[in-house]
Write a protein that binds this ligand. Structure first.
Ligand SMILES: [Zn+2]
Length: 73
């Protein structure tokens, strides 16, 4: 596969669903709530600490604001 084809494939795959950040780290805030840190495998940016209600929310991840903004352009 050439680089051009790979890029094309990546673009099409990315257009189908929002770019998600994946779980990177967890902790608890001052109020004892569970918080998680997410990292984007695509652009490498990290989220801020986000309050999560459950482990499932961690696994699901959160949309990457940077990647999704770029796509909307
Ligand atoms: Zn991203």
């Amino acid at each position: 596969m050439t680089d051009a084809l790979q890029l094309d494939f990546f673009k099409r795959a990315a257009a189908k669903r929002p770019a998600m950040m994946t779980f990177a780290d967890r902790g608890w805030n001052g109020r004892g709530e569970q918080i998680a840190l997410f990292k984007c495998p695509r652009c490498g940016s990290r989220s801020s600490w986000i309050t999560v209600a459950s482990h499932e929310e961690e696994l699901r991840g959160v949309p990457c604001p940077k990647c999704n903004k770029e796509r909307a352009r």
